[in-house]
Write a protein that binds this ligand. Structure first.
Ligand SMILES: [Zn+2]
Ligand SMILES: [Zn+2]
Length: 270
């Protein structure tokens, strides 16, 4: 692997409620690890925009990223991103948010169902998992239809908690039809699928989504994949990115993608 091609397109700073370190400190770690480019993608949950203060934190995040960009210029490509949660729950607000600042990369995520808490907080029992997953994939499909993001985050996010933390086994075969519809539309729209490596550091011990889904995306004509550690600590920046790249290659992708000014830039996997 060529260290110059080592990218991390999903990193959180302390401007995310669950982040821990400043943008500058994370950039230092990224540089030490030999990363070429990182995207800061702090959370902005559209359905809790004012309630949880994202209207303020996204301003601070934008300022901190801009500062990091200028300090590390020539040594590390720092991209301005945002992880937009539940944008299709309020499309008008989502579009307004994206018009406030100039982003390089917008990650589209679903962390919670409508009027429910984040999957992280839910109480799982064998008998409610099906219902939750069915609704989850429908919401992801709605977001892909909305199409206002660049890369689709952690497509199998609830499994992190259902399978990983609660040890409940899930037959993914039940959801493959809707997952295929999501992947086909994503490919048709020319958007990227994110290979989120956070699961490799968690109990689920798997990429989100896993190899099978990444291969399906490729088979439907998917062109772009981004790789993101979803780091919430400076020490995790770039974590698992080589595994993500190796899997992308095994699934038939010759490139990984970064976004600049919301345009895909492909970087060969060597
Ligand atoms: Zn997320
Ligand atoms: Zn994230």
């Amino acid at each position: 692997m060529n260290y110059k091609k080592y990218l991390d397109m999903h990193v959180h700073t302390d401007n995310s409620p669950d982040g821990n370190h400043s943008a500058i400190f994370i950039c230092e770690q990224a540089q030490l690890k030999g990363l070429r480019a990182i995207a800061f993608t702090d959370h902005c949950e559209v359905d809790a925009y004012k309630k949880d203060g994202y209207d303020k934190s996204m301003f601070q995040a934008y300022f901190d990223i801009t500062k990091a960009k200028s300090i590390f210029k020539g040594n590390l490509i720092v991209l301005t991103g945002i992880e937009l949660g539940q944008p299709a729950y309020d499309k008008e607000l989502a579009e307004k948010i994206l018009s406030l600042y100039k982003y390089d990369i917008v990650i589209g995520s679903i962390h919670n169902l409508r009027n429910k808490e984040d999957f992280y907080f839910l109480d799982y029992k064998e008998n409610n998992v099906d219902e939750l997953l069915e609704e989850y994939f429908k919401e992801v499909y709605e977001m892909v239809k909305w199409n206002g993001f660049d890369t689709l985050a952690h497509l199998t996010y609830p499994l992190r908690y259902i399978k990983g933390e609660n040890g409940i086994d899930v037959d993914m075969g039940k959801y493959m039809d809707i997952i295929d519809e999501i992947l086909k539309l994503l490919a048709k729209n020319g958007k990227a699928l994110e290979i989120n490596t956070s699961g490799l550091r968690q109990k689920i011990n798997s990429l989100l989504p896993d190899e099978d889904i990444i291969k399906r995306f490729k088979s439907f004509g998917g062109e772009f994949v981004t790789i993101g550690s979803d780091a919430h600590y400076a020490n995790d920046v770039g974590a698992g990115v080589f595994d993500g790249m190796a899997t992308a290659r095994a699934c038939g992708f010759e490139n990984v993608t970064l976004f600049q000014k919301r345009f895909p830039v492909t970087v060969p996997i060597e």
